[in-house]
Design a protein around this ligand. Structure first.
Ligand code: GLV
Ligand code: GLV
Length: 326
């Protein structure tokens, strides 16, 4: 019998069709927030799975999945997977780096600019009927050109944002555990600095680092207090990086000028303290949301799953398209 794979969400039928060449495919007809136990039940007789960031897969979900060999995540971040629990059972896990880099960098830059120049706040002001003649003193924002951009987490997306910043004449600082090779630093005109200096010197700080147990609330009250009161904070990585209560407090008290948030700790729930702040731009985790990019993510995840299960043109070799999670 052919191996069985489970597709946790409806994606793109034409791209998913490639799975039918090799597998019995169990599909999910509607976008689904799987109830507790439902993922475990779906994985119980699956040899492989194509999942998204909505699907948490840990020890509980794989405990009864004796045949499961591969989990392909549609997404570059994979904090929804307990990678150690999967690895302990020899289950290969893959993600989709590379294909969403530029689209996500575009959005990160846009969100930073929207926060700095108060674009959504200005629109609300206009829609609320508060525009009574040119508001000379209203809605003054922070400069972008000539300012200092700080990037925390300098992977592919961080480097994409740094390249964009050049066009705006920004100075770019970054912090990463590992300093980039000099040639890469030169290509994106970015300078490594300590985390403390990054917090203190950035006019606009953008978070683009993977979320792990080690960097939970890396931006907490102390970090926010170390930033300039005129600075902005943009998060397109994962909500758990930021202490949202401390951020709301800093935004309300004027301790921080503005923020742009695409990700939230309890998403899709958004902390009411943030909803109450005027000076934060809030978007529903859409940084990679363009049709070509979402299609490229699915295509890569499908290739990953096929290859990780030992099929496709690369069967038998370390299959080249597999972007395995280390
Ligand atoms: C989206 O957040 C992703 O990790 O791809
Ligand atoms: C994701 O692709 C990253 O490395 O930033």
């Amino acid at each position: 019998p052919r191996p069985r794979v489970w597709v946790s969400q409806p994606l793109y039928a034409d791209l998913e069709a490639r799975l039918d060449e090799w597998f019995e495919v169990a599909r999910t007809p509607r976008v689904t927030d799987h109830a507790p136990g439902a993922i475990a039940a779906a994985l119980a007789d699956a040899d492989g799975a194509l999942v998204t960031l909505n699907d948490r897969i840990g020890e509980t979900e794989v405990a009864g999945a004796s045949r499961l060999r591969a989990v392909a995540n549609v997404g570059v971040g994979y904090d929804n997977l307990d990678v150690a629990a999967l690895a302990a059972r020899g289950i290969v896990a893959t993600n989709t780096p590379g294909v969403l880099t530029e689209t996500t960098a575009d959005f990160g830059f846009a969100l930073m600019m929207a926060a700095a120049r108060r674009i959504t706040e200005a629109e609300h002001w206009l829609r609320d009927g508060r525009w009574q003649g040119w508001g000379f003193h209203e809605l003054l924002g922070a400069e972008i050109h000539g300012s200092t951009l700080g990037i925390l987490g300098m992977g592919r997306i961080g480097q994409g944002i740094a390249r964009r910043a050049r066009g705006f004449g920004m100075r770019v600082l970054y912090h990463n555990r590992h300093r980039l090779p000099e040639a890469v630093e030169e290509a994106c005109a970015a300078t490594w600095t300590t985390r403390a200096a990054l917090l203190a010197d950035s006019d606009h700080l953008v978070l683009v680092l993977p979320y792990t147990a080690d960097n939970h609330h890396i931006i907490d009250a102390g970090a926010l207090a170390a930033m300039k009161p005129t600075a902005t904070l943009t998060n397109i990585a994962r909500g758990g990086l930021v202490d949202e209560g401390a951020l709301a407090e800093a935004l309300q008290s004027g301790r921080l000028a503005a923020a742009g948030l695409d990700v939230f700790e309890g998403e899709p729930a958004v902390d009411p303290r943030l909803l109450a702040c005027r000076n934060v731009v809030l978007t529903p985790h859409v940084a990679s949301a363009s049709l070509p990019t979402r299609r490229a993510m699915v295509a890569l995840a499908v290739d990953n799953l096929v290859a990780a299960m030992g099929f496709g043109p690369d069967a038998g070799h370390p299959p080249s398209p597999v972007t395995r999670i280390p």
